[in-house]
Write a protein of this length. Structure first.
Length: 289
């Protein structure tokens, strides 16, 4: 059985790209499921799949995050990876789908889990906002805060991989996009604008645009409900596979599981020797960003 991928919200499970891509399990919040039932569900999942990789945005309620750690602690298992992500919700959903794709490849659970940090660098996640007054996850200048009070002002914000903020309408001023081929996923909120599809998508030279529902947690993450969220990503499973496979595999000195990169996806232990911290290069046409 493939490594199980789990999420904390059903809207983080995007439609599969093919018939082979498995879905993700839902780890419900404490007010939606008693602890005993959650423990039973996780135990069944571990017995069936061997390992579970759970991904969740940093913006989920503290009680929900505590529930995840409680489950791992009570079961006394080292086969459950809890990956807290700073990506915006739509970016998390994209990464979840990529790990779902990789879970059926010939990668171990440790490689799948640690691949999340690698692949997140290739997701360009941002939003079009009507206000940045409550945005606290991307640096916002006092000047931008002041402009938020002007009616009709809109801002383009890139949260990952490198934070950037622009005022829409300034000629020659755009968000820095990926230097490799991507597709663009767009989650529309209540903001009415075609800037993402008519301006950003051509500027980034995306190979296709897909629309999806806006994750429920997006307004809280961005500090406004009047927004459009977007994420440019690598859609080709063969490229994802090559990207992950090109990184040297190591063994975690703490828990013994296989990993790539500089940190274990299951126990979060870093690799002590700096020389072992390898990165994938040359996989994409124009190199890694």
């Amino acid at each position: 059985m493939p490594t199980a991928i789990a999420v904390t919200s059903a809207d983080l499970v995007l439609p599969p790209t093919d018939q082979q891509t498995p879905t993700a399990a839902l780890l419900q919040a404490p007010d939606a499921q008693p602890l005993e039932a959650a423990l039973l569900d996780m135990n069944v999942m571990l017995e069936r799949h061997g390992y579970v990789v759970a991904l969740y945005p940093a913006s989920i309620p503290a009680a929900h995050e505590r529930r995840l750690h409680t489950i791992r602690s009570v079961l006394e298992t080292d086969r459950l990876a809890l990956l807290k992500l700073d990506l915006p919700p739509l970016g998390v959903a994209v990464l979840v789908r990529q790990l779902r794709q990789l879970s059926i490849c010939d990668f171990s659970a440790g490689v799948v889990a640690s691949a999340a940090r690698l692949l997140s660098h290739y997701i360009y996640a941002g939003g079009l906002l009507n206000s940045v007054t409550k945005l606290d996850r991307v640096p916002v200048s006092l000047k931008s805060h002041a402009k938020s009070w002007v009616p009709g002002t809109q801002f383009g914000v890139l949260a990952n991989p490198n934070p950037q903020l622009i005022k829409i309408g300034n000629e020659g001023n755009g968000l820095t996009g990926p230097g490799f081929s991507t597709q663009l996923l767009v989650g529309k909120g209540s903001l009415v604008s075609d800037w993402v599809t008519a301006t950003l998508a051509p500027a980034w030279q995306v190979q296709g645009v897909q629309e999806t529902g806006l994750p429920a947690d997006s307004p809280r993450w961005w500090g406004t409900s009047k927004m459009i969220e977007f994420a440019a990503f690598l859609p080709d499973i063969s490229v994802l596979y090559q990207l992950v496979a090109s990184v040297r595999r190591e063994q975690c000195h703490w828990c013994g599981i296989e990993l790539i990169g500089d940190r274990c996806g299951f126990c979060s232990a870093p690799l002590p020797p700096p020389e072992n911290r390898t990165h994938a290069v040359g996989v994409l046409n124009q190199g890694s960003p």
